[in-house]
Design a protein around this ligand. Structure first.
Ligand SMILES: Cc1cc2nc3c(=O)[nH]c(=O)nc-3n(C[C@H](O)[C@H](O)[C@H](O)COP(=O)(O)OP(=O)(O)OC[C@H]3O[C@@H](n4cnc5c(N)ncnc54)[C@H](O)[C@@H]3O)c2cc1C
Length: 389
């Protein structure tokens, strides 16, 4: 076999491409990973703040993220490589009746998929987040099994462990075309030449649609941008990642979320009320003042925090906010692991394990009906049609 022939080619060495390549390699396949950037994780992976939670309302996200949590929390023990894992859980403090209703309303679904989560009173929230604003605090949810990981360490580690097992990586080599014959994948093209394989996995994040169009398939993944930032290190005083679901008083933000990483740095992000569509990654001047006001209102003692850096990255969004894992029916051997929205990092290892199993045996690891809920062939607008009625 020449080095132009592989069992599988993964397009994208990001949050999900890396673990897919890793698990396929572990199964004994010869795997080539191609990425436009110069090293692993340089797409949206490095924009993530590293939150890893199985606290979702969607069954597929819960089950996949539970598998990711198992991967992240045991990785160092198994490989000796530190990922910056902080097992502090996720806490959603609540001040208003509406958020209390929503969060309590989804608890039965979350528990039915095996998530360890409960509603806790204000005293417990105060213990979890010392110094939290107590004015009107009603309680909140806490899921102790969730945590945080460094996206930079994760990408470097996955690249190393998969390479050690024989996976081949080509960086600065964007895929420019797909080769197909009689409705089957035959390989991919780059500026440097052609590579042959009967399996190609689209894990190209924000560029997933471009890659799909190379096979004549329109994949509705449209990026919108989100900003984040990180403080200088300080003494650790809270463990959970905190999500404040209230809309911001300034009328521009939905929720905001932050955590304190293994170095004591506070790492934070917010969700703009109106999505900022497109791929512009320049920071705005309004992000830091808005975020600072929200954070100081929630935990006043953070007022002296020194900010080290801000950045902006993309959420590869689908119309219904749910990911896509599937095999393309029109082109045999063409697989999709795309549309990771704002959760690709926490989903990564779970997606990798399930996609490898699906590619090899046609069966995912999570229950089939749950996997089918993230099919490429679902009605992406069904939820919206309901909402419009
Ligand atoms: C500010 C911010 C904070 C976030 N925080 C979190 C968080 O706390 N937790 C979480 O789970 N998620 C978070 N996310 C979301 C997360 O970053 C993404 O969902 C995730 O990185 C998407 O993974 P991916 O593998 O699909 O894409 P990427 O990681 O972007 O990987 C795609 C790869 O494909 C490559 N590529 C593109 N086109 C080509 C081509 N033609 N040929 C070859 N390679 C190509 C890119 O270079 C890239 O490396 C956050 C995102 C942002 C912006």
């Amino acid at each position: 076999m020449s080095n132009k022939h592989f069992d599988a080619i993964v397009i994208g060495a990001g949050s999900v491409g890396l673990p897919i390549a890793y698990y396929l390699t572990l199964e004994g396949l010869t795997v080539l990973v191609l990425d436009s950037e110069s090293s692993p994780g340089q797409g949206q992976n490095k924009a993530a703040i590293g939150g890893v939670r199985a606290t979702h309302s969607d069954g597929a996200k819960i089950t996949l993220c539970l598998q990711s949590l198992d991967f992240y929390s045991t990785f160092e023990e198994k490989t000796g490589i530190d990922l910056g894992w902080v097992p502090g859980g996720y806490c959603f403090p609540v001040y208003r009746e509406e958020e209390e209703k929503v969060l309590k309303g989804i608890l039965p679904t979350q528990k039915s998929y095996g998530l360890n989560i409960d509603w806790v009173g204000p005293d417990r929230i105060r213990e979890l987040i010392p110094g939290i604003n107590e004015n009107g605090l009603r309680g909140g949810t806490f899921s102790p099994g969730d945590g945080q990981v460094s996206p930079l360490k994760y990408a470097a580690a996955l690249w190393k462990v998969s390479k050690d097992k024989g996976c081949e990586y080509h960086f600065q080599e964007p895929v420019t075309g797909l080769m197909m014959k009689a409705g089957k994948i035959k390989g991919v093209k780059t500026a440097k030449g052609a590579y042959y394989a009967e399996i190609a996995v689209n894990a190209a994040g924000g560029a997933a649609r471009e890659i799909g169009l190379m096979a004549g398939i329109d994949i509705l993944v449209i990026p919108d941008s989100h900003e984040a930032g990180i403080s200088a290190p300080m003494e650790r005083f809270f463990d959970p990642l905190i999500v404040d679901l209230r809309p911001g008083p300034e009328g521009k933000t939905k929720n905001f979320y932050f955590g304190q990483n293994d170095r004591g740095q506070v790492i934070f992000c917010y969700t703009p009320l109106a999505p900022i569509l497109g791929t512009n990654r320049e920071c705005t001047s309004e992000f830091m003042p808005i975020l600072a006001r929200r954070m100081i209102d929630l935990i006043p003692r953070l007022k002296n925090m020194l900010i080290r850096r801000v950045w902006r990255g993309l959420y590869p969004m689908t119309p219904d906010g749910i990911i896509i894992l599937d095999q393309v029916k029109e082109v045999k051997g063409f697989y999709l692991a795309v549309g990771m929205c704002g959760q690709g990092f926490m989903l990564g290892p779970g997606v990798g394990r399930n996609m490898a199993s699906f590619i090899l045996s046609g069966k995912p690891i999570i229950p089939r009906d749950v996997f089918d809920s993230v099919s490429f062939y679902r009605d992406f607008y069904a939820g919206r049609k309901e909402a419009l009625k």
